[in-house]
Design a protein around this ligand. Structure first.
Ligand code: UDP
Length: 453
């Protein structure tokens, strides 16, 4: 480690995983570190590459992943395993060239550190080869980390596959979680999924772990993780709240929904979005549509193109639905979600409970209807409903149940109590991210650590 005063500038290479829920926190982290005086290179796959125009201060380094991403039948797990194999050599070459270029540009000290998404473990291996310090960014909650580790243990004990993966029975030694809340993948068989978890969790060589979570939400899990972890951890979340505003969307945001929200009354609108990966069948969409219509509440619904099986966009919505709801419903392809959640007209968020959406809703004090689809969304939903008590669990995607949940959240006393708790949680998060708060302090320590490399 060097004396900090010897060094004039610090250059960081950040390696995001190419999915919206992973790109967002990594690009936001890059923006934070840039504001702290670091210069930034984003090394990215061609697949889902971020837009350089949105980040004129960063250098972008494409790392070709080969033809795996264009294969029509590939699932997410195989894509991730494939990226880690295919990108290693090209990243090593690019990084070596990049070091050379920095030298030519008189960036004397070269690269201070490589920060990579936990799923991009090839980047850590390359950093090791080039004798560069590295740090991992984990973009999910610590509860999910512990639950995924528990899955590996259950496998060792021969308890997977489960007799009943919808069981309400509690998982031994795992706080709060039932078997039905375990973060199983729907994309791949358990063997390949477990292989990916092992690559992400075991034998890591990075010098520290950054976590997009915070003390006031996950104190117990964080303590457990710190006990298991050999290196320092930095829970600096919610990263989007600390980051200066930056555009990180892969899809174009439709801002017309903000004009529509401006016309709605306070706390009346239910905002519906299932994130960037989840998809629905035609039957599920029909139940959602009629549940929204029958609730008689205004709604803003993000239907991502291609997210309904068998259609490009909203062609398969039930006949008569759009005319029936008229101006009471606004449907867009992609929304400026953080702004939507911060709008005073929004009274609730029906979400798939991705970790970013969870944090964004908590930060705006918006209570949720939780309908997780797969993976960590189940863990987040359980915590939202039973730990922080700011979410209602939607057990079945059925129109009557949906209608009741929306009315309960927006109109009933139970919903109002949840909104009070959500506002309280929002304030606690603000304390953590403000000067002297835990996330603020961890961020300063992280910056000091990087500068000491
Ligand atoms: N998002 C958005 N506009 C939308 C829907 C989602 O900007 O219309 C953003 C959202 O703010 C969040 C991310 O996409 O930051 C989704 O990440 P999350 O972890 O919630 O779910 P995932 O997409 O990974 O399942």
């Amino acid at each position: 480690m060097r004396n900090q005063t010897e060094r004039q500038s610090w250059h960081l290479v950040l390696v995001p995983c190419p999915f919206q829920g992973h790109l967002n926190p990594m690009l936001q982290l890059a923006t934070i570190l840039h504001s702290k005086g670091f210069s930034i290179t984003i090394a990215h796959t061609i697949y889902n590459s971020p837009s350089p125009q949105n980040h004129p201060d960063f250098t972008f380094l494409p790392i070709p992943e080969g033809d795996i991403s264009s294969s029509p039948d590939i699932d997410i797990i195989d894509l991730l395993l494939g990226i880690n194999v295919n990108c290693k050599l090209s990243f090593q070459q690019s990084l070596a060239n990049h070091k050379q270029i920095l030298k030519q540009q008189d960036v004397e000290e070269g690269i201070a550190c490589v920060i990579s998404d936990e799923l991009m473990y090839f980047a850590e291996a390359v950093a090791d080869n080039l004798r560069l310090p590295s740090i991992i960014l984990r973009t999910s909650s610590t509860a999910t980390f512990l639950a995924r580790s528990a899955l590996l243990q259950l496998k060792e004990q021969g308890l997977i596959p489960f007799h009943d993966s919808c069981s309400h029975e509690m998982v031994p030694k795992l706080h709060l979680l039932r078997f039905k809340d375990l973060p199983l993948s729907i994309f791949a068989d358990f063997e390949r999924y477990a292989q990916l978890i092992v690559y992400c969790y075991h034998n890591r060589t990075s010098l520290a772990v950054i976590w997009n979570t915070l003390d006031c939400l996950e104190q117990l899990c964080l303590m457990q993780v710190q006990q298991q972890c050999q290196v320092p951890i930095f829970p600096i979340g919610p990263i989007h709240k600390i980051s200066p505003p930056t555009s990180t969307s892969l899809l174009e945001e439709d801002r017309s929904c903000i004009d529509w929200l401006d016309k709605q009354s306070h706390n009346s609108v239910i905002y519906v979005s299932l994130g960037s990966v989840a998809f629905l069948s035609e039957k599920e969409v029909a139940e959602m549509a009629w549940g929204l219509a029958n609730s008689e509440q205004p709604f803003l619904w993000v239907v991502r193109p291609g997210s309904i099986h068998g259609s490009n966009w909203i062609e398969l919505l039930p006949k008569g639905f759009r005319d029936g709801v008229g101006e009471r419903g606004c449907i867009v392809k992609w929304a400026p979600q953080k702004e939507v959640l911060g709008h005073e007209a929004v009274g609730g968020f029906w979400s798939h409970c991705g970790w970013n959406s969870t944090l964004e809703s908590i930060c705006e004090g918006v209570p949720m209807i939780c309908r997780p689809c797969f993976g960590d969304q189940r863990v987040n939903s359980r915590y939202l409903c039973h730990e922080w008590r700011v979410g209602l669990e939607l057990e079945r995607l059925e129109r009557g149940e949906i209608e009741r949940a929306i009315r309960k959240l927006i109109l009933d006393d139970e919903g109002k109590e949840m909104r009070v708790r959500a506002k309280d949680l929002k304030e606690r998060v603000e304390v953590s991210t403000g000067k002297g708060g835990s996330s603020h302090n961890y961020l300063n320590e992280l910056v000091d650590l990087i500068k000491s490399f």
